[in-house]
Design a binder for this molecule. Structure first.
Ligand SMILES: [Zn+2]
Length: 416
């Protein structure tokens, strides 16, 4: 028999689209892994065949999503990509499992990989999570990042290197055959490595079109590290689905993004740059001098301005971005939403949408709304995140996480 569960005594934020939605008292009936009814009046059920859970005034919102994750970065990660890549795989994969669990316990029920440090990190974690062997979110798995000769990461041995469209097609096909569903390309520099400025653009239209075309044959998406305006415009006009960073957006880039309305998503990683510029990384060697050379301060200003433009023109923005360094520690993922409220002038609900309803269509899953027929991925917190967005990043406010219709995490400090 299919399990039925009635959640009552809760305020529900449905994320149905109203940017000023307030949580309202509602009951939610879950059957198997789906939400079958959401009602402002009591739902009449046969008590003997339904498990009723009283949430004592907590808020239910959709499970959150992060569209730019590196579960390869352990909980104590600093900036040592090479060290992690070379670490013993058995130790490393347990670090990865701990990170997957941290995402879930932080209310994140879906994540999109943005590149790994050991080839199978996302694939192995996804396999074990999907089989119910370890706790973790739904994962769209990524593999090694793909860069171009002479570009950022090309000589480190950790990335795949594509020189032309045909090599690109081969790399994408091979990654897809391995089960990878989010292929990450480096198409711009990153000022944190000053010899590869953020304003530099790598690859060309032909290579990106080949990547998008090959990925589509396997039901996979292309994601790009794109900081320069030129790289953002190129990604938008060649059909790339998920554009990371978009720190610089000029008129060309903006109109290319607008032309693909509903079919392209931007995931900025704003908190990461904010934390760097505000000195949070200084204890770990990101000195004012290195920061100065990175150009990040200028980049943060440009990012905020770009995001305001994108938001105003209705481009879909997804939360996420390089969490896992000590200055953007695993578990603090929802700090990204706080920055959208503070810096991009989103309402708290709009910020929450970037981690809920905006992601479902890209994932091809009915997630991100508390709505009949949708998957029962839910986050239960104390307090009203539309009044105080920071609630979502406070461990003591987390009561429970439901994934696929079942309690996947219950805060041991709250229950029993
Ligand atoms: Zn990243």
């Amino acid at each position: 028999m299919v399990e039925r569960m009635l959640l009552r005594g809760a305020q529900v934020l449905t994320c149905s689209g109203d940017p000023d939605e307030k949580p309202l008292e509602r009951e939610v009936l879950v059957e198997g892994n789906r939400i079958v009814k959401v009602s402002t009046s009591p739902i009449d059920v046969d008590a003997a065949s339904v498990r009723t859970v009283d949430l004592h005034g907590a808020t239910i919102l959709p499970g959150l999503s992060d569209a730019h994750t590196h579960i390869s970065w352990p909980l104590d990660f600093v900036f040592d990509h090479d060290g992690v890549a070379a670490s013993p795989p058995n130790q490393h994969i347990l670090d990865v499992a701990a990170v997957a669990r941290t995402f879930l316990e932080s209310g994140y029920t879906s994540i999109i990989g943005a590149g790994v440090l050991q080839h199978d990190d996302d694939l192995l974690a996804k396999d074990f999570i999907d089989r119910g062997l370890i706790p973790g979110p739904r994962i769209v798995p990524s593999g090694p990042m793909v860069t171009a000769p002479g570009a950022l990461g090309a000589d480190g041995g950790m990335m795949d290197v594509a020189a032309d469209a045909s090599t690109m097609r081969d790399i994408v096909a091979r990654q897809c055959d391995d089960g990878i569903r989010a292929i990450k390309l480096f198409i711009s520099g990153d000022g944190i490595m000053p010899e590869f400025p953020s304003e530099d653009t790598y690859m060309n239209d032909e290579m990106l079109e080949a990547a998008v075309d090959e990925a589509a044959k396997h039901g996979a998406i292309i994601t790009v590290h794109a900081r320069s305006a030129e790289s953002v415009a190129m990604a938008a006009r060649t059909g790339v689905q998920l554009i990371h960073h978009a720190c610089f957006v000029d008129d060309d880039a903006l109109s290319a993004l607008e032309a693909r309305h509903g079919d392209v998503w931007v995931c900025p990683g704003l908190h990461y740059v904010y934390a760097m510029v505000h000195g949070h990384a200084e204890p770990w060697g990101m000195t004012p001098d290195r920061l100065e050379r990175s150009g990040y301060s200028n980049e943060l200003e440009s990012m905020v301005e770009s995001l305001r433009k994108l938001h105003a023109s209705g481009v879909q923005i997804l939360a996420g971005g390089d969490f896992g360094h000590q200055w953007t520690h695993h578990g603090t993922y929802a700090a990204e939403l706080q920055r959208y409220v503070e810096l991009v002038e989103m309402t708290p609900v709009e910020a929450i949408h970037t981690a809920t309803r905006n992601t479902g269509p890209l994932l091809g899953l009915e997630v991100g709304q508390v709505r009949e027929g949708y998957l029962a991925d839910l986050f239960i917190v104390d307090g009203d995140p539309t009044e105080d967005i920071t609630i979502l990043q406070r461990p003591e406010r987390r009561r429970a996480v439901i994934k696929d219709g079942a309690f996947a995490y219950v805060n041991p400090h709250r229950y029993p």
